[in-house]
Design a binder for this molecule. Structure first.
Ligand code: KE4
Length: 432
């Protein structure tokens, strides 16, 4: 595949943007090589600056559940923009968005729009601290909740591609209030609670981890966290920035039958425009300014373009629930096909899947924690990534990400992907 233009653009980019990218995971640090620069996308396909076409398994890291350039979403943005892009004043669209989410998702009495998943999680823990008048939070090794200081301690996603899960610039003062437990290990949480029980404001987790590959909660884990939070007056926060409206229209809370106290959103609710949100129980959310004392604000929060895009997306999903059945069928086909190929070639692997979130680990399974995920064969991962890329399939460029399928994938796209995977594994097996 020709990539002259992408390479030239990357040269230019590195002169004026840190690492040539506006988000580290895009730099291909985990897989090596030079990132492709995307010119446009449509449906299930990306088109790069050299005219190459790829089947997209990232979907902008989640938002593109219906595929790129969905006509209804594009029309909504275009129409809304004709009436200006932002007012800095309340609008009907924001009311409709909040009404749609609070009327659809269990436990969300009130919700506040922000501009990213990071803002949503930062705000949620601030409210939890204000509401409980306690300081510490428990997160989980390998979970990623955005780049807020409190979370960049043993975080997942892009923080792992740096080979240093913690980040300079996070002060001792901040770090001391973040405790890390092991995902799927309720005893590791209980130990932290017992040691700090009078000062833990919140437990925050991805109800399905998607930032250390895809790792589902083991049976009873979420239920145990719910019980522990109730027992110790701890705010349980589900970070559904990735899983929200993806694993089910009502998210992981519905799938696992556990209601959190606060839930954070991003990605899909903005349909690719910058949107995040946090919401939950009335008595907690009423602590948020201007009703309550916990301050949180944003110039562009709930802006018309983002609301128009997000509302169109959520209404399409609400009115076409068969999207989730389609996605389930397509995701199962992908996982089954890749599993068959890996087994046929005698490659050690473990596959996790929750709906359209798929995680492939090239190590012995089961993979239920960050320590397990970190055993994946990163070199083999990179070879597979590049083998698929040159065959026109764009997988996430990091072993610590999940595949995000869009419903724009056709059955032909899936067969093409599985053929490319077969060829890639065959090529690697022959070389080894
Ligand atoms: P943003 O601030 O990037 O909108 O959202 C942060 C965030 C919060 N919570 C969860 C569960 C998330 O997955 C994310 C962001 N996800 C990564 C992809 N795994 C963002 C990709 C990137 O950093 O470029």
């Amino acid at each position: 595949m020709e990539n002259t233009n992408s390479k030239a653009l990357f040269e230019r980019a590195q002169k004026v943007i840190p690492g040539g990218v506006n988000s580290p995971v895009r730099a291909f640090n985990s897989v090596g090589g030079s990132p492709v620069f995307i010119k446009r996308a449509e449906g299930a396909y990306l088109f790069d600056e050299d005219g190459n076409k790829y089947i997209d398994f990232i979907g902008s890291w989640g938002p593109m559940l219906l595929g790129h350039a969905d006509p209804d979403i594009v029309d909504a943005v275009r129409e809304t923009a004709l009436g200006s892009t932002s007012f800095g004043a309340p609008t009907k669209l924001e009311v409709e968005m909040a009404e749609l989410i609070t009327s659809s998702v269990q436990g969300i009495d009130k919700i506040r729009m922000v501009n990213s998943g990071t803002e949503a999680t930062m705000s949620a823990i601030r409210v939890a601290r204000g509401f409980t008048d306690k300081n510490k939070i428990i997160k989980f090794k390998g979970c990623y909740h955005g780049h807020g200081d409190s979370f960049l301690i043993e975080a997942g996603s892009g923080a792992l591609t740096m080979g240093q899960p913690s980040s300079p610039g996070v002060t001792e003062g901040t770090a001391k209030d973040t405790l890390n437990a092991d995902y799927n290990d309720i005893n590791s949480v209980k130990e932290l609670v017992e040691a700090n029980s009078d000062d833990i404001a919140a437990i925050i987790l991805e109800p399905v981890a998607g930032n250390m590959g895809c790792i589902p909660p083991v049976n009873g884990f979420l239920q145990d966290l719910r019980a522990l939070s109730d027992e110790h007056n701890i705010v349980l926060i589900f970070d559904e920035v990735m899983t929200g409206f993806r694993v089910d229209f009502e998210g992981a809370q519905k799938v696992y039958g556990v209601t959190a106290d606060l839930v954070t959103y991003g990605k899909i609710i903005g349909a690719g425009l910058p949107v995040g949100a946090y919401g939950g129980k009335k008595e907690i959310m009423e602590y948020v300014a201007p009703t309550g004392p916990v301050y949180q604000a944003g110039t562009l929060s709930g802006n018309p373009l983002a609301m128009a895009a997000g509302l169109t997306m959520l209404n399409k999903l609400k009115n076409n629930p068969d999207v989730y059945e389609d996605l389930e069928r397509k995701s199962a086909r992908i996982a089954e096909g890749m599993t068959k190929t890996l087994e046929a070639h005698g490659i050690t692997f473990s596959a996790n899947r929750v709906g359209s979130m798929i995680g492939l680990f090239y190590c012995e399974g089961p993979v239920t924690s960050f320590a397990d995920a970190n055993r994946t064969d990163k070199e083999l991962f990179s070879k597979i990534f590049h083998g698929m890329l040159k065959r026109g399939v764009y997988l996430p460029p990091s072993p610590f990400e999940a595949f995000f399928l869009s419903n724009a994938l056709s059955d032909d796209d899936i067969e093409l992907t599985l053929n490319a995977f077969e060829e890639t594994i065959e090529e690697i097996s022959i070389k080894n």
